[in-house]
Design a protein around this ligand. Structure first.
Ligand code: SAM
Ligand code: SF4
Length: 445
C-alpha cells in the first residue's frame, strides 16, 4: 500500500508555498495525500511570528496525537519557525515527532522521511542555517494536480532588519537571495505549465540582491520576470518601506505587468513608536512613498500590516495610526495586537501595554479599516477590470456556472458565465456590478 501524508501549515505565504512544494515532492515519491486520521506521516509547518499562531502549533500537536492514536505507525515532522526555535527540545514533549527541520532544512525533508520510514526508532533534527539559498527541484512536471493560474516563487529567505518586535531574523536567519538565473528558470517553468500570474516572495522581498556580491537588483529582477513570455500579472510580498527605491517606484509606472496594488507594512503611524520599533522610516517618509507611487501609477491601491499596543504606545500614538490609515485610505489591512516574542528587543522593553487596551485599540482600528475597505469596494462598482479565473465559486447565483477569480488588486470577484464560457486561467474583461463585504460581483464587459 502506498504511504499516506497530511500537511498542516500556518503563517505566511512562504510557508504555504513550502507546504505546496513538500506535497508535490511527496506525491512524486509515491505518497498519497490523506485526511489526518489516515495519515502515516503528518507534517506540521509552523509559524511563531505572533503568539497566537505559535499556540495553534501546540494545540495541533495534541489534535494530531488524538486523531492518529489508533495508528502506531504515524509520525510527525515539524518544520518552520517553531521548529527552528525549539530544535531537539520538541522531542522531549512530543513522542510522535521524529523529524524537526528549521528554515533552511526543508530540502532535506523528503530524503529524511524515507530514512525515518526505514528506521522506526530514528529521530532527526536539521536546524543549522546555511550561508546561501538552498535550491530544490521544482517538481511540477509529473505533478498530478493541474497548475494553478497564480504561482508563487521564493526569491530570498531570511532578514536582518531586526525590527524590535520581530522574531523572523532569529528563526529565518540572515538574508539569502537566490540567483536571478534560478528565479527566472522557476518562473519560466510555471508559465510554461500554464500560470499567468507570479508573486515573488521574501521576508523582505525588495532587499533582494543586497546580500549578493554580483547580480541583479530587485528592480532588475522584476524587469526580467516581467519580460518572460506568458506573464500577465506580477506581484511581490512583503516589501519594507525603507527599501522602496526610486527605481522601484519608476518600475510601477513602466512595467505593465506589475499589478497596481502594493502591500506595504506600516506597523504604526507615530514617529515615536516607529523609532522604538527600529523601522528606519518615519510617517512623512512613508506618506512620501505613497504619494510618489500614486504619481507614477494613479490607479495604485495599498494594503498594510499594523501592530497595536507596541510597548510604550500611548493614546496619542495610536491616534497617529488612525489618522495615517485615513490619510492613505488602505484598501485593506492586517492588524495584530503586539505580543512578546522570545529573544526580540521589544521583549525587553518596559511600558508593556495592558492586554485589554491592546485589544480595544485593535477593535477601533479594525472598525475604521472596515469602513474604508467597504467604501473602497463600493467605489469600484462600474469599473472595467480584468478577471483571472481561478476556479468554480462556492457561491451560486442562479443560471450558468459561477466562477471566482481575482482582479489586478487581488480582490476576489464572482462572475456567472454561460456553460463552457470560462476555464481556469482565462483572463476576462469584466465590469464590476456589485460590492460585497470582502469581494465583488462582475459581468463580462
Ligand atoms: N517583513 C514584513 C515587514 O517588514 O513588515 C513583515 C513580516 S512579519 C513576519 C508579518 C507581520 O506580523 C508584521 O508585519 C507585523 O505586523 C506582525 N508581527 C510581527 N511580529 C509581531 C509581534 N511580535 N506582535 C504582533 N505582530 C507582529
Ligand atoms: Fe521582521 Fe519584516 Fe522587520 Fe524583517 S523587516 S525584522 S521580517 S518585520
Amino acid at each position: 500500500m502506498r504511504p499516506t501524508f497530511h500537511i498542516m501549515t500556518f503563517g505566511c505565504q512562504m510557508n504555504a508555498n513550502d507546504a505546496d512544494w513538500l506535497a508535490r515532492t511527496l506525491i512524486q515519491r509515491g505518497f498519497v495525500p490523506s485526511p489526518l486520521e489516515e495519515a502515516e506521516l503528518v507534517i506540521l509547518n509552523t509559524c511563531s511570528v505572533r503568539e497566537k499562531p505559535e499556540r495553534k502549533v501546540y494545540s495541533s500537536l495534541g489534535r494530531i496525537a488524538r486523531a492518529t492514536r489508533h495508528n502506531a505507525k504515524t509520525f510527525v515532522a515539524i518544520a518552520g519557525c517553531v521548529a527552528q526555535q525549539l530544535g531537539k527540545r520538541i522531542f522531549d514533549n512530543f513522542p510522535q515527532v521524529r523529524l524537526v527541520v528549521g528554515s533552511d532544512g526543508l530540502s532535506f525533508v523528503p530524503d529524511a522521511i524515507e530514512r525515518l520510514r526505514a528506521e522506526p526508532v530514528l529521530r532527526l533534527c536539521f536546524t543549522d542555517f546555511s550561508d546561501s539559498y538552498i535550491e530544490r527541484p521544482l517538481e511540477i512536471t509529473l505533478h498530478s494536480r493541474p497548475v494553478k493560474p497564480a504561482a508563487f516563487v521564493n526569491i530570498m529567505q531570511g532578514c536582518d532588519n531586526f525590527c524590535a518586535y520581530c522574531i523572523v531574523p532569529l528563526t529565518r536567519g540572515r538574508p539569502k537571495s537566490r540567483s536571478s538565473g534560478a528565479v527566472l528558470s522557476e518562473c519560466r517553468t510555471w508559465l510554461e505549465a500554464g500560470a499567468k500570474e507570479i508573486t515573488l516572495l521574501g521576508q523582505n522581498v525588495n532587499a533582494y540582491g543586497q546580500d549578493l556580491a554580483y547580480g541583479a537588483s530587485f528592480t532588475d529582477l522584476l524587469r526580467c520576470v516581467a519580460a518572460l513570455p506568458g506573464l500577465a500579472r506580477l506581484r511581490f510580498i512583503t516589501p519594507h518601506p525603507k527599501d522602496v527605491s526610486p527605481l522601484l517606484i519608476r518600475a510601477f509606472g513602466e512595467i505593465e505587468q506589475l499589478c497596481p496594488r502594493l502591500h506595504l507594512p506600516l506597523q504604526a503611524g507615530s514617529n515615536r513608536v516607529l523609532e522604538r520599533m527600529g523601522r528606519k522610516y518615519d510617517r512623512t517618509q512613508y506618506l512620501g512613498l505613497i504619494r510618489e507611487l500614486r504619481a507614477v501609477r494613479p490607479d495604485m491601491a495599498f494594503s498594510t500590516d499594523i501592530i497595536t499596543g507596541f510597548p510604550g504606545e500611548e493614546e496619542e500614538d495610536f491616534q497617529d495610526t488612525l489618522s495615517i490609515v485615513e490619510e492613505v485610505s488602505f484598501m485593506s489591512s492586517f492588524s495584530f495586537c503586539y505580543s512578546d516574542r522570545p529573544g526580540t528587543a521589544a521583549e525587553r522593553l518596559p511600558d508593556k501595554v495592558d492586554a485589554t487596551l491592546k485589544l480595544e485599540r485593535l477593535a477601533r482600528l479594525q472598525a475604521l479599516q472596515e469602513r474604508i475597505s467597504v467604501a473602497w469596494l463600493q467605489k469600484r462598482i462600474g469599473d472595467n477590470s480584468v478577471l483571472l479565473l481561478e476556479g468554480a465559486s462556492r457561491k451560486n447565483f442562479g443560471v450558468g456556472e459561477t466562477w471566482q477569480g481575482r482582479d489586478p488588486y487581488g480582490v476576489p470577484v464572482n462572475i456567472t458565465l454561460s456553460a463552457g464560457d470560462g476555464k481556469i486561467g482565462d483572463l476576462l474583461p469584466v465590469r464590476v456590478t456589485e460590492a460585497k463585504k470582502h469581494s465583488l460581483r462582475a459581468v463580462l464587459a
